[in-house]
Unconditional design. Structure first.
Length: 119
């Protein structure tokens, strides 16, 4: 069964051949898109390494007294508090100062997280 395309070429659906170079390119692009989707699905599968990483990220890590973690958390927070006070003293009240303080909070969070997750 043949179909007449708007460009004038004929497509044979029984044998799936396309006469027009334009439609050949479109077909190649569709096949490429299908292949990319398959690759993406395979890449989305959770590997054991990724699952272990997620377990570590989303599991509560109580402080370990033998590693002095609580004192180190507090030390990091205190240094950040002192730096926040320094920034507030040196910088005018502004959106930028607020962002700097927010980023400092993030620094504390990630620093303490590194201790909790990797010791």
């Amino acid at each position: 069964m043949e179909k007449q395309e708007p460009c004038g070429c004929k497509t044979d659906f029984a044998y799936e051949y396309i006469v027009c170079p334009k439609h050949k390119e479109e077909t190649r692009m569709e096949e490429k898109a299908k292949y990319n989707l398959k690759e993406q699905e395979e890449a989305r599968q959770v590997t054991p390494k990724r699952a272990a990483d997620y377990d570590n990220r989303f599991t509560y890590h109580p402080p370990k007294p033998e590693l002095n973690q609580t004192a180190r958390y507090e030390s990091i927070r205190e240094k950040a508090r002192q730096f926040a006070l320094y920034l507030a003293d040196q910088c005018p009240e502004s959106r930028e100062l607020s962002l700097a303080i927010t980023k400092l909070e993030e620094v504390v969070m990630w620093a303490n997280s590194s201790i909790a997750r990797h010791e």
